[in-house]
Design a binder for this molecule. Structure first.
Ligand code: BDR
Ligand code: CA
Length: 323
């Protein structure tokens, strides 16, 4: 029997984060040694509470949950409650979690875990702004080489398509903390990036949401409810978004679940190696924009394509394995 992959998930739930966490919890080959909350879609207190609610809902109260950074490194706080709801989970009833939050700070937990485990044993999956991960790297640079795999959802690289979902030039996780993102891309030995355009290929349309509902499980049903809620919010905003030159969405993009998919089944994704740069000039209209360069370091594997049908089937089969 092969050993499980040990993983820490850094997240800001968030609707697509919720589905990503369900997917990760459903994979019996993953050992989630902790989940860490970061300021992002909602403030860090709400994000931390939501992680516990989601773990409890999926009967995984054994996973410890840690609260991390409550603000970006340099810029002002940016949240995305307009799309995720003021509580981050579309106001749906996830109940009150039984599991308690950990006292240790998320950054210290990540450092402690990486430093005490054998090298290259623990992977990190970051599906929110990169404030916690950058703070880990700055506080204990020795952690960088100890990570087995670092997978990040963020950025947008399509040369002939829209570059952002938060502004015409910036994807949300990058815009919410561009300085942290640049630190992580610079310091990481190797990072796999799932950008906006990949999440937008794996779109949850009406038919897919119905398949999710037809699973007849409580995690499947609430995931469908979350996606329905997003579809409603998006359709109200769609006309305005396309006018502004921000990526229009034709269903709900499964951004964060794609990052879990890439961890579990990388063969479904294709990409190219290079260097990633982030615009960190707050006075620029391109603040938070990512660019890809061939570069000499080539430490970033930026994906550009996912086998979307295979990925969506996989997501359904994982959701089916949860209560
Ligand atoms: C990213 O931004 C957030 O709103 C989502 O949760 C996802 O991580 C997509 O741009
Ligand atoms: Ca997220």
């Amino acid at each position: 029997m092969s050993a499980k992959t040990k993983i820490i998930i850094d997240t800001d739930p968030g609707i697509d984060d919720a589905i990503a966490l369900f997917m990760a919890m459903a994979d019996s080959d993953l050992e989630i040694i902790g989940m860490t909350a970061v300021n992002g879609n909602v403030g860090v207190d709400k994000a931390e509470y939501n992680i516990r609610r989601l773990c409890d809902f999926a009967w995984h109260t054994d996973i410890p949950v840690y609260k991390g950074c409550d603000r970006p490194l340099k810029r002002t706080i940016l949240n995305a409650e307009w799309i995720h709801g003021s509580d981050g989970l579309a106001g749906l009833d996830f109940g009150t979690p039984d599991n308690k939050k950990e006292e240790e700070n998320a950054v210290d937990f990540i450092i402690r875990s990486l430093m005490k485990s054998p090298e290259k044993e623990i992977s990190l999956l970051a599906i929110g702004p990169l404030t916690n991960i950058a703070t880990v790297f700055l506080k204990e640079p020795k952690t960088v080489s100890r990570i087995r795999e670092l997978i990040i959802m963020g950025g947008a690289f399509c040369e002939d398509g829209p570059r952002g979902n938060a502004t015409p030039y910036a994807e949300f996780n990058m815009l919410a903390d561009p300085h942290a993102a640049q630190i992580v891309f610079d310091m990481a030995e190797r990072v796999t990036v799932i950008p906006m355009e990949v999440g937008m290929q794996a779109v949850a349309d009406k038919a897919f949401i119905e398949k999710m509902r037809d699973l007849n499980t409580r995690c499947g049903t609430i995931s469908a409810d979350l996606l329905d809620a997003t579809a409603k919010t998006l359709s109200a905003h769609l006309a305005k978004l396309s006018k502004d030159g921000i990526a229009p969405e034709t269903g709900t993009s499964l951004y964060d679940p794609c990052a879990v998919g890439c961890l579990i089944r990388p063969a479904l994704f294709s990409g190219r190696y290079g260097t990633v740069l982030v615009n960190t000039d707050p006075d620029s209209e391109k603040f938070g924009m990512t660019t890809f360069e061939e570069g000499s370091k080539r430490n970033c594997l930026v994906t550009h394509k996912v086998d979307k049908e295979a990925f969506k089937e996989m997501l359904l089969s994982y959701l089916a394995a949860l209560p």
